[in-house]
Design a binder for this molecule. Structure first.
Ligand code: TYD
Length: 132
C-alpha cells in the first residue's frame, strides 16, 4: 500500500513539544494546502472517497481517531493518537475515518489545492480505477 505511518520527530523540553513539518524533509511532497478537522462526532464517520492524484499527511494533534485505508486490494486500519505520528496517504487510496474522541483535532497537509475533480466518491468507480 502506498500509505504508511511516519514518525514525526519532535523537540521536547520542559516547556512542551514542538514538531516541525517541512516539505521534502519529513513530508515527501510540496505542501500546497493545510486544513484541520475538529468538532467531530464519534458516530459520524467521514471520508468515503479516494483522490486521483492528491497525497496527504494526516496527524491527530489531540485526542484519537481511526483511519481505514483501502487500495482496492488490501485494507489497513490505523489508530492515530499522538502528534508525533503522521499517516501518509497516497493517491488512489479509499479512506474512511471514524471513532473520533470528543477532543479529536486532525491536521491534514495536502500536496495540491482543493479540487473536487480529483475526488472519487463512488467505491465502484474507485475499484475500476485501481484495477486498470
Ligand atoms: P471532504 O473532503 O468530503 O471531507 P471528509 O473527507 O473529511 O469527509 O470535504 C467536506 C466538504 O468540504 C466538501 O464540500 C468539500 C469541502 N472542502 C473544501 O472546500 N476544501 C478543502 O480543502 C476540503 C478538504 C474540503
Amino acid at each position: 500500500m502506498n500509505s504508511d505511518l511516519v514518525f514525526l520527530e519532535g523537540i521536547r523540553d520542559e516547556r512542551g513539544l514542538l514538531v516541525a513539518l517541512e516539505s521534502h524533509k519529513n513530508i515527501p511532497f510540496d505542501v500546497k494546502r493545510v486544513y484541520y478537522l475538529t468538532d467531530l462526532k464519534s458516530l459520524e464517520p467521514r471520508g468515503f472517497h479516494a483522490h486521483k492524484n492528491l497525497k496527504q499527511l494526516a496527524v491527530c494533534l489531540r485526542g484519537s481517531c481511526r483511519f481505514i485505508l483501502d487500495n482496492g486490494f488490501e485494507k489497513k486500519t490505523y489508530n492515530l493518537e499522538n502528534p508525533t505520528t503522521g499517516l501518509l496517504i497516497g493517491s488512489l487510496v479509499w479512506r474512511e475515518m471514524d471513532q473520533f474522541s470528543d477532543d479529536c483535532l486532525i491536521l491534514v497537509l495536502a500536496s495540491e489545492l482543493y479540487d473536487e475533480n480529483d475526488y472519487i466518491r463512488d467505491y465502484e468507480i474507485f475499484k475500476k480505477e485501481v484495477s486498470k
